[in-house]
Design a protein around this ligand. Structure first.
Ligand code: ADP
Length: 209
């Protein structure tokens, strides 16, 4: 259910001042009691407010999490993804280190000859090679990357909250955002812990429409 700005304000007032009468709410909002009547009816019927005769309105509390989850459901990957940093399978581990520095990212997505997703390369994958005695110029990324089908990915219409859950449960820092292309997956973006954090900061600041 979509609340209007005034309905949201009414909830805020009731939360702070409960029990509060319709007149008092009207005074706060500088409108007449009659103007507020439809809003109060909607909010009471929807379960946001509890009206007690001769006492006033109370905030039910139960709907806080419902309202929050309604807002969270609006956070979609497509509105928060960033440009992906990619590298070819045939590139060396040394090239990968340079690309990571230049692109200022912690994860690279590895593409095959057709430009489709074949692997993911993280900082630790490269550190593992760096502390071994092997020459990073001679080590192709295809040998050290995490490869398909073990890659966790998401699509642009997925929910940010589902991405957040995957990042936590799989203990990874980012997911490629993909779309199907033939038999493979084309990388169209990336979702990192930072993208998820941005979405939640916007939510907390009430910037979600
Ligand atoms: P870091 O290496 O900086 O800790 P991660 O925690 O993201 O970064 O990576 C840990 C391991 O998980 C690495 O071996 C990496 O290849 C792999 N990995 C990273 N992202 C994904 C992903 N989306 N799907 C599958 N494996 C991943």
């Amino acid at each position: 259910m979509e609340l209007t700005d005034r309905q949201k304000k009414i909830i805020e007032i009731v939360k702070k001042e409960e029990p509060v009468t319709g007149e008092q709410i009207a005074e706060h909002l500088k409108v007449t009691r009659a103007t507020l009547r439809p809003d109060l009816t909607v909010l009471t019927m929807a379960g946001f407010l509890d009206a007690r005769p001769r006492v006033g309105y109370f905030y039910t509390g139960q709907t806080t999490s419902k309202m929050l989850s309604d807002q969270i459901e609006k956070l979609k990957v497509r509105d928060y993804l960033s440009i992906p940093a990619v590298i070819k399978e045939s590139s060396s581990a040394y090239d990968a280190v340079c690309t990571m520095f230049l692109e200022d990212v912690g994860t690279l997505f590895v593409l095959d000859d057709q430009g489709l997703l074949s692997g993911v390369l993280s900082r630790k994958d490269l550190l593992r090679i760096a502390i071994g005695s092997r020459d990073m110029n001679l080590m192709p990324v295809s040998v050290i990357m995490t490869r398909m089908p073990n890659i966790t990915y998401c699509k642009k219409n997925d929910l940010v909250i589902d991405v957040a859950e995957l990042l936590i449960t799989r203990e990874i820092d980012s997911l490629p955002v993909v779309r199907k292309k033939g038999e493979g997956l084309e990388v169209i973006g990336r979702m990192t812990k930072t993208n998820v954090t941005k979405a939640f900061v916007e939510l907390a600041k009430g910037e979600i429409k």
